[in-house]
Design a protein around this ligand. Structure first.
Ligand code: SF4
Length: 460
């Protein structure tokens, strides 16, 4: 017999426990188990007045933000609706059935004001990271870094040539423009090499992606621990290799300062294999670079490549295939010189007499009087990276590197952070930090909840 739903929505009293309606294996249960906001509350204390009406609990706002970033709901308006309607979200935010959800405007005001001034999101990220360390998910043995491009909230039609940009009165400009102008004033070179600038978000980089039209974007830089793929630091930057490498150096320094953690190996792709970066890793930080060397010395025209010249460190010279010496100090100067060029290289030259009479000249330097080799001042570090690239550990590191790429794929496909909603570097910073926090929480919940669940069952 076909049944009929009998409407009984006018019942006055219910016996209802929200906790019973959230499945035991719900992701938010796992996240709730590992989330401790007491540190954040302490951190935010000085930013609230001691008198006046009580504010909306910052813990509620942060919990809502975590829900939003864990489930790809980044619109504040939609997040408020979802928290209002979804029982699991209400349970996670410690809201009763009748408790009102904060208005989206209050919510965004706090986010752009007090949270940003106080660095609350960084504090949240670090407290979650500390918990990951306590749970044994971070070993600190190896770190990997990479960057991904995330579109800015700026339409390409609002872009102008840099010299045509007119900003008007800074007091009446938007927050993103004010920030940009302040940075421009302070550093005098903020994004100075951009040819095209957005009138909506001037700090965003005009960048081209393969196979599509150019767009405005920021780079999201991750530094992860290779044990369980936990993100140990995150930093936004402009979209170019130099800025990404600088951001990675800043992250390694910050992790060392704040967490007293320095890896024994650093894993990254060729973008991080410049001589300066390898020199910094090996000579200054004493970290093994598991990074392909950025090498342009191989010749394609059939003449001898640098690799065919033998380096003699003791004598400070190269030996060419004809057995002659290439030196950097052939001429005598009254004042001793370092011979280091502005590119950070030292030029080693063969003797003109040797080369002019050499039978190998046509295969060595057919268009020059003598052969020259530019040796980087960090060549020792480059050699170390080349040596590591032949080891079994390096092959493992290449596989480990995929963990960063998986996190970026997850960021864009599951967390839906393929386009920013907030503008300016501070907006990108906030969004990347929250997304990384959400990713760490999700990973911790998924890795540890089954064990924790079993333990809880055993206790009960
Ligand atoms: S051309 Fe000069 S540098 Fe090259 S192999 Fe001959 S002697 Fe050596």
């Amino acid at each position: 017999m076909m049944g009929r739903q009998v409407g009984a929505q006018d019942q006055l009293f219910y016996s209802f426990n929200l906790d019973n309606h959230v499945p035991s294996d719900h992701l938010l249960r796992g996240i709730d188990r590992f989330l401790d906001l007491s540190e954040l509350r302490k951190h935010l204390g000085p930013f609230y007045s001691d008198i006046g009406r009580p504010s909306i609990d910052p813990e509620l706002l942060v919990r809502m933000l975590i829900v939003g970033y864990c489930f790809g709901i980044r619109s504040e308006r939609r997040l408020c609706e979802e928290v209002h309607l979804n029982l699991a979200y209400r349970w996670f935010c410690c809201l009763g059935l009748q408790d009102p959800v904060p208005d989206h405007s209050t919510f965004s005001k706090n986010r752009h004001g007090r949270f940003r001034e106080s660095g609350a999101l960084r504090c949240l990220f670090e407290s979650v990271l500390q918990r990951c360390m306590i749970e044994g998910l971070v070993r600190g043995e190896g770190f990997a870094a990479d960057a991904t491009i995330v579109k800015a909230d700026a339409q390409r039609q609002r872009g102008v040539a840099r010299e045509d940009a007119i900003w008007g009165n800074p007091q009446e400009a938007s927050r993103a423009i004010r920030e940009y102008l302040t940075a421009l004033e302070e550093t005098n070179d903020c994004c100075a090499n951009f040819k095209n600038v957005s009138l909506t978000d001037p700090a965003a980089t005009w960048t081209a992606a393969p196979g599509g039209p150019a767009f405005y974007a920021y780079s999201n830089n991750y530094l992860i621990d290779l044990q369980a793929g936990i993100i140990v630091d995150v930093e936004p930057s402009t979209v170019n290799k130099t800025a990404e490498v600088e951001a990675t150096r800043a992250m390694i320094e910050r992790v060392e300062d704040k967490l007293e953690m320095k890896p024994s190996r650093f894993v990254a792709d060729t973008n991080y294999g410049s001589a300066a970066m390898l020199g910094w890793l090996v000579e200054e930080k004493h970290i093994e670079p598991h990074v392909p060397v950025w090498d342009k010395s191989n010749r394609q025209d059939g003449t001898f490549s640098t690799i065919e010249f033998v380096w003699d460190g003791q004598a400070n010279e190269y030996r060419c295939p004809a057995g002659k010496a290439l030196r950097c100090n052939r001429r005598r100067f009254t004042k001793p010189r370092s011979h280091v060029t502005s590119e950070g290289t030292v030029q080693y030259r063969a003797s003109q007499l040797d080369c002019l009479s050499c039978p190998l000249k046509a295969r060595c330097c057919p268009n020059m009087r003598c052969r020259q080799i530019a040796r980087s001042i960090h060549e020792g570090a480059r050699d170390e990276a080349r040596r590591i690239a032949t080891t079994q550990r390096y092959r493992q590191s290449r596989k480990d590197r995929k963990k960063v790429e998986i996190l970026f794929a997850h960021l864009k496909r599951i967390l839906k952070l393929d386009k920013l909603r907030l503008r300016g570097f501070s907006g990108a910073h906030d969004e990347f930090l929250l997304a990384a926090t959400a990713q760490n929480l999700r990973r911790m919940a998924k890795w540890l909840l089954p064990q924790a669940g079993k333990a809880a069952l055993a206790v009960s």
